[in-house]
Design a protein around this ligand. Structure first.
Ligand SMILES: NC(=O)c1ccc[n+]([C@@H]2O[C@H](COP(=O)([O-])OP(=O)(O)OC[C@H]3O[C@@H](n4cnc5c(N)ncnc54)[C@H](OP(=O)(O)O)[C@@H]3O)[C@@H](O)[C@H]2O)c1
Length: 329
């Protein structure tokens, strides 16, 4: 019997950027034991998607070619695998797919039940699809690495958030302000009002000398830095940190990893902490509920139809998104 086909966007080798993406017809996937099949409504892109295409994460991801990129999706459940207990056809959900298998830039996707959460009507598909990688990373950095309690019950923490206008940074500012924090944030001049509106107490333009030096306008030293930009040296952070200050680096390159090792070996009070996202369903559920309650919002940089996914891809590679880039139907 002929298989039912769907439209998908994939690449078949490393490199090529947006031009390396091809529009194809492939079979609609079948959900396995613990999976749900979704009719996808929105996917958000993350820099890791194009970094994988560049070959920066080989040999781990992608596991094989051709590869349909995209991990952060929202959609409607169409069918469930035999072991799925908590979802039925018609449920609206947000899910995070595995980077190894991808699948997000397609009309239909299969998601593990273990990383799928319910999406209430108050949360649009685009707002929900923005959350998985970016908001989970912001949440993990703040709660696990920086030890901030988002119910406001911890002592006040002075925070610096770099690239606060980006996917991770814009969630980090909002989540940080649910806790007992003073937030200094960096972004470009055009995004300063946006970042202030998300709750930042002070905002620095990273292209000015004070911004490049990361100096708090009110003279504060930072207890923790949620570092979402790239290319800032330890020597720039160091004089701005409090005695036990930590830099939580979500894109640690070789120099950051050297600093991490050196600070550990010398029992330095100031530390660099590399972060790798470990996604958890309960945290994704919590983030969706915050959006439902109006306590967290997804700033949408732009929306692109699946038929023009390469425009979204090029925008992500460009590195100047304010909030999340969404590929919808
Ligand atoms: N470790 C992990 O598990 C993990 C998870 C998620 C993301 N990441 C990594 O974290 C990084 C950020 O991800 P993202 O999704 O937030 O990226 P993004 O949305 O592409 O970030 C773009 C934003 O960053 C701003 N920006 C760039 N350089 C800056 C600087 N030096 N100072 C201040 N702002 C700057 C840009 O502002 P302008 O347009 O004004 O330049 C733009 O608004 C990426 O490298 C990503 O791969 C790692």
């Amino acid at each position: 019997m002929a298989e039912t086909l769907m439209h998908a966007v994939q690449y078949s080798s490393y490199g090529g950027g947006a031009a390396g993406l091809k529009h194809v017809e492939v079979p609609i996937p079948t959900p396995k034991q613990d999976e749900v099949l979704l009719k996808r409504e929105a996917t958000s892109l993350n820099p890791v998607d194009w970094k994988m295409q560049k070959g920066l994460l080989r040999p781990f991801w992608p596991r094989k070619f051709p590869y349909i990129p995209g991990t952060d999706v929202a959609g409607e459940v169409i069918k469930v695998g035999p072991g799925v207990k908590n979802y039925n056809a018609g449920d609206k959900v947000v899910a995070m797919l595995s980077h190894a298998t991808g699948g997000g830039l397609a009309e239909f996707v299969v998601a593990k039940e273990s990383l799928t959460v319910a999406r209430p009507p108050e949360v649009s598909a685009a707002e929900g699809a923005g959350l998985p990688v970016a908001a989970l990373t912001a949440h993990q950095a703040l709660t696990q690495s920086a030890g901030i309690k988002l119910d406001g019950s911890s002592q006040q923490v002075n925070l610096l958030i770099t690239a606060a206008s980006g996917g991770v940074g814009h969630y980090a500012v909002q989540l940080a302000k649910l806790g007992n924090t003073h937030v200094t944030a960096t972004c470009g001049a055009r995004n300063m009002d946006l970042v202030k509106s998300l709750g930042a107490d002070e905002v620095l333009d990273y292209k000015t000398p004070e911004g490049a030096a990361l100096k708090s306008p009110s003279g504060r030293k930072y207890d923790a830095v949620i570092h979402c930009a790239a290319g800032i040296l330890w020597s720039t952070f160091e004089p701005n940190l409090s005695a036990n200050g930590k830099v939580i680096d979500i894109t640690p390159g070789p120099s950051a990893l050297m600093t991490f090792a050196l600070k550990k070996l010398t029992f330095s009070k100031k530390q660099l902490v590399p972060l790798m996202l470990i996604p958890k369903k309960k945290n994704l559920d919590y983030l969706v509920k915050l959006v439902e309650d109006g306590k967290l919002k997804t700033v949408i940089d732009s929306k692109h139809p699946l038929s023009k996914a390469e425009d979204a891809w090029a925008k992500s590679i460009d590195g100047h998104a304010s909030g999340k880039i969404i590929v919808d139907s």
